[in-house]
Design a protein around this ligand. Structure first.
Ligand code: ADP
Ligand code: MG
Length: 626
């Protein structure tokens, strides 16, 4: 409990004690009235003040106003009847404040658990200077600097290990509890904790571009995008509160007037009391608080699993996904190609690889990285000029004065180069030198380990159709599609064709939403065109992480089903709370208007509903067993 909450608890105890004293001690009427007044003011002064400020600021209709009018009305009624019993007014205030305190603690708790989760911001980076370690602000470290990460420290910036072996804990980023072994040459991402050995890391990104900074930015912005239920609530409150106030007024005035006209005694007191009860019941706090809290908990629960959801509206869309469309390279497959053969080479095979690796020196496509790895050396960029990358086709560049083209059938056709089609299954990179065919490199990629499982899990989560789109050849696409068991695939698509394909699917869909999953290399436009774009956080390009609505921190397709399951649970909780709160409210309103429920019952129902709704909302934070 924080200080404010402790103070409130103290007020509640003092007021409750005074209330008991007023009832137990044999006091003269005036003294008892004083004790009641003290009990009431101790617990309710801030509500009265806020209600007053609301009236002054012309924002009259809020819950403070409802509570103030109801309790002051109850006091006025007791004075008018001369009963000297002010229990009701004090108790109503008391329970209201107990409810508020509870809600405050619950919200604080969920916020704390989420921010603890997000407590991954590194404070410093170590740089070795003259044999000593110096701590510097990670923001000031330039790309390419070698930083030292000692055991127990958080890796501050993305980079590649140059020295040392260690294990790193990626749990804060991916939810994966098993530590990962790293050695020289491995990439490490910021935010992970270095567990065992000292490693030196050469940074590959600036701090602001590193994984940690991106995640924090995403999370910080996520609450600003509102989901439909949240919008519904704020619109609802704007109409609801005044409507309730006027209904209460009508309830206080109309029946007595009608009775008078009919010649029966008006009985103003009873109807005024019922109107006041009506006001107490109508307070919509359970809804107002529990819905944002449910979404907040859902997003928090997902981020514990390494799934970043950029806003509650996306959580809502995710829960309605019926079709999932995948990009192939890097999404379904690992994006790590092995060279399996070089065919029809017109020059020395090593020369073919050398030319291709150099032409690919600036590309971030997985194919390019794989070729360069196979080449074994860092391409000498000074030998390369006029680099041109053609999305979905390949690259062209001038290497040692030779015009090199490396890419698929489409690229060769575009250049008018006669090529030899490949009969083996796999991805083919044709190489042309100065417009003459120089053979092709056959490379192959394997699917990620958990793709099959992920597709089964998606079906279980209610997804009706899975589709794979790729720019690769039909044979490579068919092989992968059959191996993983995807419903449908389309091959040889340029990035623009992928957009058109997704648009056609969107038009053909009746109900449900479409999710596109990609790594953003050539597919950022599709990511933003789909109802919801899901990007791979590790392999994914910056553009993809930017364009996507959901980012998977560990690139595991399995997490898509998990994300959908989390969103379904969260939305179910939201609707449970809406229905439950409205049902209880509505029946209490009717009972109150009929005089069957008094103010006590009303406040009990209200606090009870709120406590249950908040507890229910907190369930969204729990993502185990989904
Ligand atoms: P996917 O749809 O599987 O993600 P892309 O759209 O990125 O694949 O690329 C489609 C095809 O275009 C690749 O299979 C490859 O034949 C060719 N291609 C794209 N970029 C390159 C590159 N940098 N080098 C060689 N070929 C490329
Ligand atoms: Mg791709």
């Amino acid at each position: 409990m924080n200080r404010k909450q402790k103070k409130m608890l103290r007020r509640i105890i003092i007021s409750a004690a005074l209330l008991i004293l007023a009832n137990l001690l044999p006091l003269p009427l005036w003294a008892r009235t004083v004790v009641y007044a003290a009990a009431y003011l101790v617990i309710g002064w801030d509500i009265l003040r806020k209600a007053g400020l609301g009236i002054v600021n012309r924002q009259v209709f809020d819950e403070n106003f409802l509570m103030a009018v109801a309790t002051v009305g109850a006091i006025a009624l007791a004075v008018y009847e001369g009963s000297g019993d002010y229990n009701e007014a004090v108790a109503v205030m008391l329970f209201y404040q107990i409810g508020e305190l509870f809600q405050n603690i619950a919200v604080g708790k969920s916020r704390r658990s989420i921010s603890a989760l997000m407590d991954i911001r590194p404070d410093y980076a170590n740089i070795e200077q003259d044999g000593a370690l110096v701590q510097v602000d990670p923001d000031e470290v330039e790309v390419g600097t070698v930083i030292v990460v000692q055991p127990g420290e958080r890796i501050p910036i993305d980079g590649v290990v140059t020295e040392g072996v260690s294990t790193v804990n990626t749990a804060a980023l991916t939810g994966e509890s098993l530590p990962r072994d790293v050695a020289a040459g491995d990439e490490v991402i910021s935010g992970c904790i270095n567990l065992s050995g000292l490693i030196k890391v050469q940074t590959t990104r600036a701090f602001g571009e590193s994984t940690v900074s991106k995640i924090l930015e995403l999370v910080e912005n996520s609450s600003s995008r509102k989901s439909q239920p949240e919008n519904f609530i704020s619109k609802f409150a704007r109409i609801y509160t005044p409507a309730v106030c006027y209904s209460a007024l009508a309830l206080a005035v109309l029946p007595p007037v009608i009775r008078l006209l009919m010649g029966i005694p008006a009985d103003f007191g009873t109807w005024l009391y019922r109107a006041l009860t009506f006001l107490v019941i109508s307070c919509p706090c359970a809804l107002v608080i529990s819905i944002p809290l449910s979404f907040f908990a859902g997003i928090g629960g997902a981020s514990k699993e390494g799934i970043l959801i950029k806003g509650s509206n996306y959580l809502e869309t995710l829960s309605q996904v019926k079709t999932v469309v995948f990009d192939k390279t890097g999404t379904i497959t690992r994006g790590v190609f092995e060279v399996s053969g070089i065919h029809h080479a017109a020059v020395d095979e090593d020369r073919v690889i050398e030319y291709a690796a150099h032409a690919e020196c600036a590309s971030s496509h997985p194919i390019s990285q794989s070729l360069r790895r196979h080449y074994g050396k860092e391409p000498d960029r000074s030998r390369v000029s006029d680099i041109e990358e053609i999305s979905g086709r390949g690259v062209m560049a001038t290497v040692d004065g030779v015009r090199v083209a490396a890419g698929n059938d489409k690229l060769m056709e575009q250049l008018g180069v006669e090529y030899t089609p490949c009969h083996s299954v796999g991805t083919v990179i044709h190489v042309a030198l100065d417009g003459t065919y120089a053979g092709h490199i056959l490379i192959s990629d394997v699917e990620k380990d958990d793709v099959r499982e992920a597709l089964t899990a998606l079906r279980k989560a209610g997804v009706e159709k899975t589709v794979m789109l790729t720019g690769d050849s039909d044979s490579a696409a068919r092989q992968i599609a059959e191996r993983v068991g995807i419903d449908e695939y389309h091959s040889q698509l340029l990035p623009g064709d992928k957009v058109a394909m997704v648009e056609a699917m969107l038009n053909a869909m009746r109900g449900g939403k479409l999710a596109f999953v990609g790594d953003g290399i050539n597919d950022a436009p599709v990511l933003s065109r789909a109802d919801i774009g899901i990007a791979m956080g590790v392999l994914g390009s910056d553009a993809a992480i930017e364009a996507a609505d959901v980012v998977l921190m560990d690139d595991k397709p399995m997490k898509i089903a998990k994300a959908i399951a989390i969103s379904r649970k969260c939305l179910r909780i939201v609707y449970e709370n809406i229905v439950f709160a409205l049902a209880v409210k509505f029946s209490c309103l009717v009972l109150g208007a009929l005089g069957l429920a008094g103010m006590w019952a009303a406040i009990f129902a209200d606090v009870g509903v709120m406590v249950l709704a908040v507890l229910n909302a907190m369930r969204a934070l729990n993502t185990k067993n989904l």
